[in-house]
Write a protein that binds this ligand. Structure first.
Ligand code: KIV
Length: 272
């Protein structure tokens, strides 16, 4: 049973920075639909990420690359309808911001206008600096994402831990400082050594949210289907499973099938 009681105020980008300053850890979890977003928000989550991991856990794709802007907008709209308190971040999908800054700005504007979300998240550092600057110039808050950036999986060729080599670690540090100086309000660090993530967290003033990046970051993010045990085939070392919802669903569905077949359902009270 949780002992944490959140206050009812809407979480803003500013409040996340205040949380970092006073050392309060930031909780973040993905959601892709109204019903789950509502439950997660009511539980007191600080940040809800409409991740392009929807491609994997909702659509059954192997990578996040097939996700379109329209699909992200659909998921974003569904989540926003269920959320009162959490900050809602929508991932910009692969191909919607890498081409040029104007395309990036137009994609970000569509997400903000059509979903009602609070901000967007983009993967990458120096390579997309101009796109980030352009989006920020329109008053749209940007969350960065460095380390194992899933939209670059074809370049990496592996889901192994990133930035273990000095050169990649140095680039990551440089990129984290760059995102801070461009004006990003926070950054996600995915699957990098805990020591590196902790030292970046100390060095930059914006909140650092980790996934597979150890306990030294300002907050943690997980994919909802992974932590609830709905996506049972994915068990990386960094994942903690908080429930076995997949088993609960399978048992309930099996019981329902049995009850229908055996004519137990519906009974006298379950009809008109
Ligand atoms: O798409 C996503 O779910 C993400 C998280 C893994 C951070 O980007």
């Amino acid at each position: 049973m949780s002992t944490y009681t959140p206050d009812n105020r809407k979480v803003t980008t500013r409040r996340l920075i205040e949380m970092k300053t006073r050392g309060e850890k930031i909780s973040m979890l993905t959601a892709y639909d109204y019903s789950m977003a509502r439950l997660i928000d009511e539980a007191g989550m600080d940040v809800i990420l409409v991740g392009d991991s929807a491609s994997n856990v909702m659509a059954g794709n192997i990578t996040t690359l097939p996700m379109t802007l329209e699909q992200m907008i659909y998921h974003g709209q569904s989540v926003v309808r269920g959320v009162k308190r959490a900050l809602v971040v929508v991932d910009m999908p692969f191909g919607s911001y890498q081409g040029n800054p104007i395309e990036a700005l137009n994609s970000a504007i569509r997400i903000m206008k059509e979903t009602g979300a609070d901000c967007v998240k983009l993967e990458g550092g120096e390579e997309i600096a101009e796109s980030i600057t352009k989006i920020l110039s329109a008053g749209i808050p940007v969350m960065g994402h460095l380390g194992l950036t899933p939209q670059s999986i074809n370049k990496f060729g592996t889901y192994a831990v990133r930035a273990q080599e000095e050169a990649e670690a140095q680039k990551l540090i440089k990129d984290a400082h760059l995102l801070e100086s461009l004006g990003c309000f926070a950054v996600v660090l995915e699957k990098i050594p805990a020591k590196l993530a902790a030292s970046i967290t100390q060095e930059i003033s914006i909140p650092v949210i980790g996934i597979g990046a150890g306990g030294g970051t300002d907050g943690q993010v997980l994919v909802m289907h992974d932590m609830l045990g709905i996506n049972k085939g994915f068990s990386p070392r960094f994942l903690r499973r908080y429930a076995n919802v997949g088993d609960i669903i399978t048992d309930a569905v099996k019981q329902y099938i049995e009850d229908v077949k055996s004519r137990d359902f519906p009974n006298e009270k379950e009809q008109y």
